[in-house]
Ligand binder design. Structure first.
Ligand code: RNT
Ligand code: ZN
Length: 414
């Protein structure tokens, strides 16, 4: 049976329970994800050859990682060809592209160092998001925005201010808002003697950064918390409470990374709570596995739960960014799997009889609600997904393309 006729049958089955699949696909098409550039080169960037630091780690040595802007852009193109929809690319400051022989330190980067990325995005109709890179740098080894060394703290404040300018440039050039997310690795391996001063210094640094004039309609500044990192197991300066309070009082937004909470805490439950108090919320979708927060996103229970919350509470209010980096598998496959699974989860959520389910909750008919959410799991969801892919010109069978790209391109990278 063809994909079209399978879809026609699936549409009837969904219609019988009050779900309009055509409308679901229209809604899905509108949702943009921000695809992180850093899966392509294991968070290396182009501004230094040094190791990845800051309590995050890539493990694995899968051949063929991107080594230059050209290679990374080609890989992003390949990945995007396997992902349905029109999306954004999320860059880090460390992905500045310098001219031959040129180099400036992070506190001196300017829009011109990202001109090639803007051209890349423009040609493809993509948006861009941005991140200061407060790690993998000699001055980030101890602490950054919370540093007790005033020159170091100021260096990172200057870096973030330059990043604001670059973000504004992205928004202006591409005619769509740019999200600028601040994450810092600062914290302590063992029990600190003073938790207040570092947090107070971080607050001061953020105040100084945000005092820079920028267009608040064009740049959305977000702050990303984390419960611990490798080497900062006992305390992180930028904790969830710290940033949530900071954002509430200072006209910026929170970014919740799904891998940054205690293992029994779930971001799916936090989304509605945040949206009661903020216009928008940003996410880094990732998959935590024991101590690590950055595995490739899968079509699992928590991702579907997150997708339901996004769809039910207003997809236009949630900025969905991806954040995983696996160096042990083909990086294009990692991107394609994670992005496709996020989109698939959003489709799954769009295809639920959400109004009816909410009504059952209001009626306190929890047995029927439970039955319904279970029955939905075996609806012909895959037929709708495959139809969406063909409608969007994205391959249903995609892995052969990754294998071919690996053979023709990646394996020749030495
Ligand atoms: C680290 C944070 C942060 C980084 C990226 C590279 O724990 O999640 O978002 O992963 O900025
Ligand atoms: Zn993150």
């Amino acid at each position: 049976m063809s994909i079209e006729s399978r879809y026609a049958e699936a549409r009837e089955m969904y219609r019988a329970i009050g779900v309009d699949t055509d409308k679901a696909l229209e809604e899905l098409k509108k949702i943009k994800l921000s695809m992180h550039c850093w899966q392509g080169d294991d968070v290396q960037g182009f501004d230094s050859k040094g190791p990845l630091s800051g309590g995050i780690q890539t493990t694995g040595n899968y051949p063929g990682k991107a080594r230059t802007p050209e290679e990374l852009m080609a890989d992003i193109d390949k990945a995007l060809s396997l992902i349905p929809g029109q999306h954004k690319i999320n860059l880090h400051a460390s992905y500045a592209i310098f001219d031959e022989g040129e180099w400036v330190d992070r506190d001196k980067i300017e829009p011109k160092h990202f001109r090639k990325w803007v051209e890349f995005a423009k040609e493809r109709g993509l948006g861009l998001d941005f991140n200061p890179t407060c790690f993998s740098h000699p001055l980030s080894e101890e602490a950054t925005l919370s540093s007790e060394k005033e020159e170091v703290r100021q260096f990172w404040v200057r870096h973030c201010i330059q990043c604001l300018k670059i973000s504004e440039y992205f928004a202006e050039e591409l005619g769509q808002p740019c999200m600028m997310n601040i994450w810092i690795p600062d914290g302590f391996k063992d029990i600190p003697a003073d938790r207040f001063s570092p947090r107070n210094r971080l607050k001061k640094s953020l105040d100084e950064i945000l005092a820079t004039p920028y267009d608040h309609d064009k740049v959305y500044v977000t702050v990303e918390s984390k419960v611990f990192g490798i080497g900062v197991e006992s305390m992180t300066v930028g904790s969830h409470e710290f940033y949530m309070n900071y954002a509430a009082k200072n006209d910026c937004l929170c970014l919740l990374d799904t891998g940054h909470y205690h293992p029994t805490e779930v971001v799916s439950d936090k989304i509605s709570a945040m949206l009661c108090f903020y216009d928008k919320l940003a996410l880094h979708v990732s998959r935590p596995v024991r101590w690590d927060s950055d595995h490739v996103v899968l079509f699992d229970d928590e991702i579907r739960e997150i997708a339901k919350e996004i769809v039910r509470n207003g997809a236009d209010r949630v900025m969905i960014g991806m954040d995983f980096f696996d160096a042990s598998i083909n990086r294009i496959a990692a991107w394609a799997i994670g992005m496709r699974d996020m989109i698939k989860s959003l489709l799954y959520a769009e295809l639920l009889p959400n109004k009816e389910m909410a009504q059952l909750q209001n009626d306190r008919n929890f047995s029927k609600l439970l039955m319904m959410s279970e029955e939905m799991k075996t609806m012909p969801f895959g037929d709708v997904w495959n139809y969406y892919l063909t409608q969007m010109g994205t391959p249903v069978e995609w892995y052969n393309e990754v294998e071919e790209y690996e053979r023709e391109v990646l394996s020749k990278r030495g």
